[in-house]
Design a protein around this ligand. Structure first.
Ligand code: SF4
Length: 376
């Protein structure tokens, strides 16, 4: 066991560094100090930087039980093309830097006008990334997809039967072969294509096999993550029981593929027998969400952890302009409503609160290095 730990510790640190860099949302503020100042001044239309756009809801060819919409009551819908078209113009007018395209329990590639959206975004200059299951890529999407900054493919298996079980679709679909083929196809078009792999009972023996399957098809990286249950809990006990087997496979994958194997920062801690860190914190004000907005068919929300919750619903893009939602009284009122959740932007929020209190200084402007730097 000791030698196993030793063997794993160096590569884990190296691999986690690459992963963490993408999520260093404090550092990213150095590229956009004017947005930081806009947050501090509450100039909401000047602060909005990254939009999360669920182009559809409950329209998916898979039914993954780890999808964060799996347990919610949702009504199938998509944002009509006529609204998406004007929305891109409005994002450009407000100076939105980046867009993350996804679905709320929806597969974005199944939007009826997905190609139109890609073409429109490519002309707009707004950087965009896509979250997908990688199985619904039409031939006509390939050329416009060259404009994407990144694609993340949820894959979660190395064998067809496991993929079908993890993603909950009929065995007749043969989607694992499709995802393998599409990862190879899209990796040639979009340099930042990453595969995500949620650790769970059905796939626990396929960890290094999945790294081989996807990295040999030129995915830039594979990222292993714990499975979150509703309320963002993690089954630490299951991970502890299987730690030896998981470590051995991660060790083999890292030995073969180096930093292209990335670990969610919680994984090493959980495998070492630690508890998943609590996602509740002492209530504090939220400033970080002023940089972002989540847009879904059923409403707009401050941030992804509150997607679908009335508490932080701030308008409807089907009935209002983007500027009206961003400047809405509901969104401004949340300034005074503390939040006790710990999200991916917790450190960025702490930093913004320090700036507000005058205990830190607005960072000097740095030049963004790559497309990921625009996803603040
Ligand atoms: S979870 Fe809370 S702190 Fe994080 S962005 Fe949402 S409201 Fe802000």
């Amino acid at each position: 066991m000791a030698s196993l730990d030793q063997g794993l510790s160096v590569p884990i640190a190296a691999s986690a560094a690459g992963s963490l860099d993408r999520f260093d949302f404090v550092r990213k503020l150095e590229y956009f100090p004017s947005r930081v100042q806009a947050v501090l001044d509450r100039r909401l239309s000047d602060a909005i930087s990254t939009v999360y756009l669920d182009v559809n809801t409950d329209i998916c060819n898979h039914a993954c039980p780890f999808c964060d919409g799996y347990y919610r009551q949702l009504k199938a819908a998509e944002i009509p093309w006529s609204r998406l078209e004007t929305l891109v113009d409005e994002m450009k007018e407000l100076g939105v830097l980046s867009l993350v395209i996804a679905g709320d329990r929806g597969e974005p590639f199944l939007h009826s006008k997905f190609r139109h959206l890609l073409v429109k975004l490519n002309a707009s200059g707004i950087r965009y990334g896509i979250y997908t299951n990688g199985t619904c890529v039409k031939e006509s999407y390939l050329e416009p997809l060259r404009g994407a900054s990144f694609i993340r493919v949820s894959a979660d298996a190395a064998r067809p039967a496991t993929h079908q079980k993890m993603h909950g679709y009929p065995a007749s679909q043969h989607d694992f072969e499709t995802v393998l083929r599409n990862v190879e196809l899209l990796s040639a078009l979009v340099p930042d294509l990453g595969v995500s792999f949620i650790l769970d009972a059905p796939n626990v023996e396929e960890i290094d096999e999945a790294a081989d399957a996807f990295l040999s098809r030129h995915a830039r990286f594979i990222e292993y993550k714990p499975k979150y249950s509703p309320g963002y809990g993690v089954d630490s006990e299951w991970l502890r029981r299987h730690a030896r087997m998981i470590r051995a496979q991660l060790d083999r994958a890292i030995a073969r593929w180096g930093e292209r194997v990335q670990l969610n920062p919680q994984i090493p801690r959980l495998l070492d027998g630690g508890e998943a860190p609590s996602l509740a914190v002492a209530p504090r004000f939220c400033r970080t969400s002023l940089l972002r907005l989540v847009i879904s068919t059923h409403g707009c929300y401050t941030c992804t952890p509150y997607r679908g919750e009335a508490e932080r619903r701030v308008g409807s893009i089907l009935e209002q302009s983007l500027r009206d939602v961003v400047e809405s009284a509901e969104r401004r009122a949340l300034d005074e409503h503390p939040c006790s959740r710990q999200c991916a932007y917790h450190r960025q929020n702490e930093y913004l609160l320090q700036l507000e209190a005058g205990t830190a200084a607005v960072p000097p402007r740095q030049t963004p290095g790559g497309p990921q730097d625009y996803f603040v």
